[in-house]
Design a binder for this molecule. Sequence first.
Ligand code: F0G
Length: 458
Amino acid sequence: MELPFAESYKIKMVEPIYRSTRKQREEWIKAANYNLFNLRSEQVYIDLLTDSGTGAMSDQQWAALMTGDESYAGSSSYFNLKDAIKNIFGFDYFLPTHQGRAAENVLFSVLVKENDVIPGNSHFDTTKGHIEFRNARTVDCTIDEAFDTESEHPFKGNIDLSKLETVYSTIDTEKIPMIIVTLTCNTSGGQPVSMRNLREVSALSKKYGVKVVFDSARFAENAWFIQQREEEYRNKSIKQIVLEMYSYADAMTMSSKKDGIVNIGGFMAMRTEELFKQASVFNIMFEGFNTYGGMAGRDMNALAVGLHEITDGHYLGNRIGQVNYLGNKLINWHIPVQKPIGGHAVFIDATKFLQHVPKEEYIAQTLAIELYLEAGVRGVEVGTLLADRDPETKENRYPRLEMLRLAIPRRTYTNNHMDVVAMALKNIFDRRESIETGFRIKREAPIMRHFSVELEKV
Ligand code: F0G
């Protein structure tokens, strides 16, 4: 018989977590204004809010921390990271930042002007935020299959080339500074983009003179799906696949808190010295001098190791195996999830799960609160709250998918934890008919409201 899944590591250090009672959780979530971001971490038993900066570093990464060089200029840690980026992505130029959105801020300060249009595959919220903040707008060119959670399309992060060509041919390309392709596409469910699609997007963009930028937070998970699902890449290594992926990009932004397996950090990398020089003006202003840009030397060292670990071929099967383990348990109980299961998270289709809660009452947030009350598990709404209001009409934007995301931190929880999460959802699923009302907003911020929104029960 085939041997079962097991982690490709053993555990050297542990951090205790505690179960709470339902009564405690009812008080805590009310005091948090029904916003899971307002909970203290001790009030959470299993934290699937995000896979961002919440993973466990390896012993090699901790060792690299100790040899970090904290020189203001010319730190050896900077050069370690520069070598890793050149080796893995093929880019000659890079700038470190304190996290992914800082890389967006710096790069978009160079590239995005008022009234510009930036197509892509369901831009992540900070990406969209930085674009709309500059009075420019995004156009979502994701393939339609991505919005049908039952479709088993292997690359639901793909760009629809005909939608993209419509954008390129109907809008003055002077107004289109770049396309952003997000790998994997977080918003549509951690769904990958195929190599073929990357190649075609690159060719089409070149034809119209539009730069290609990859939002790279989960680039290695994307490469793993290419290896598994695209026939001609079966026998290629992850490192070979990543190098080819990035041969189709002019630049990248990176949140190192995901596939860098570090707790903080980011960077942007680019092909030309010209773009590097333009961006470094803003990097120095917003982040720090070019050879540290918002990161400690020790953190750059740990990141350089993390980038090699994530692409070394041992890690990814385990990582995605665990996400799949949780997803398949839910599928076996007929709980509606985005299929196929994504790389970093299981996305529950909240509209199909809670069929009586009206969309005006924030269905996915209602499910997130139910899950917290049931078992102290914290997920995150990827739905109407996250979608914010339309900048012009100020009306709620109802996204095509209303989802609860259960993001799994890297190398952090065991499959026993996944069993608890799955059983909690099953319990709610069994009583879903009795859940008929959701929440209304008491207070919200003008942009990226989901982080601080205050809610009350309807
Ligand atoms: N791009 C993508 C695709 C992301 O998922 C994130 C962060 C960012 C950019 C911004 O990076 O947080 O380092 O500033 N996503 C986190 C999440 C917050 O929970 O999915 P950052």
